[in-house]
Design a protein around this ligand. Structure first.
Ligand SMILES: Nc1nc2c(ncn2[C@@H]2O[C@H](COP(=O)(O)OP(=O)(O)OP(=O)(O)O)[C@@H](O)[C@H]2O)c(=O)[nH]1
Ligand SMILES: [Mg+2]
Length: 224
């Protein structure tokens, strides 16, 4: 959960600036043929239905209703692309595991996500959101299995931190990190965030700014 000390302040500032850029809905895809032409680097938010993917996108960008959220699992039904100042694309994905949708529909979403995650050139990292109240579930293990096989790098973000007792938080992080140690494509470091209170959001913004920097996107303050 820590960012390397050497330039952490720089990346925090870069993250703040990056996510202060305007963010707009750009494209929705419901099939692999329907993806937008490659443009800016992409990061994708994947995870079980209702884990808080769309809420996290809103928290990162500081917009209440950029991505649609709901109490009902299965709110996000396409790959939704949001452009962050033309520098980065944020991709909100449908959930897996369970959803208030038909078996066929869920199977179609799952296939689309897998095709996207395995073969999308501009995709630089998948963030795999895991409910911080429960930790890794079988459906998450299956998702990681697929990402490992595809050698697609991913990083776990535990969500809903506000609903996890302080005394349980370290334990949840330790158990999750231990499970990830066996996963070849997983980043060992994880995040623990709350979209509701904003805890951990600055850290994640900083890490995304660093990632973009490493992928040739420059620092967020390079042009002003
Ligand atoms: N307490 C708490 N609730 C959260 C948090 N993030 C999301 N939620 C709630 O979790 C529910 C699902 O949030 P969404 O952001 O729609 O989840 P999603 O992963 O996009 O769901 P699908 O699109 O259906 O897969 C909503 O009721 C949110 O208010 C959080 O940080 N804390
Ligand atoms: Mg959603």
């Amino acid at each position: 959960m820590t960012i390397l000390a050497a330039s952490s302040a720089d990346f925090r500032e870069a993250g703040r600036r990056l996510f202060a850029l305007s963010c707009d809905f750009e494209w929705a895809a419901s099939s692999i043929e329907g993806l937008p032409p490659p443009g800016a680097p992409e990061i994708a938010f994947a995870g079980r239905s209702n884990v808080g993917k769309s809420s996290l996108l809103n928290a990162l960008t500081g917009r209440k209703a950029l991505a649609r959220t709901s109490h009902t699992p299965g709110r996000t039904q396409q790959l939704n692309f949001f452009s962050l100042g033309g520098r980065l694309r944020l991709v909100d994905m449908p959930g897996y595991g369970y959803a208030a949708a038909s078996r066929e529909t869920v199977a179609a979403w799952t296939q689309l996500m897998q095709l996207y995650l395995r073969g999308r050139t501009p995709l630089v990292r998948a963030y795999l959101l895991v409910d911080g109240r429960h930790g890794l579930k079988e459906a998450d293990q299956q998702m990681m299995e697929g990402l490992d096989k595809a050698a697609m790098s991913y990083q776990v973000v535990l969500t809903k931190r506000d609903e996890v007792r302080k005394s349980e938080q370290a334990e949840r992080v330790a158990a999750t990190e231990a499970a990830l140690a066996k996963r070849p494509a997983a980043y060992p470091e994880i995040f623990f965030v709350s979209s509701r209170t904003g805890e951990g959001i600055e850290d994640l913004r900083a890490a995304i700014a660093r990632l973009l920097h490493e992928h040739g996107g420059g620092t967020a303050d390079s042009n002003g």
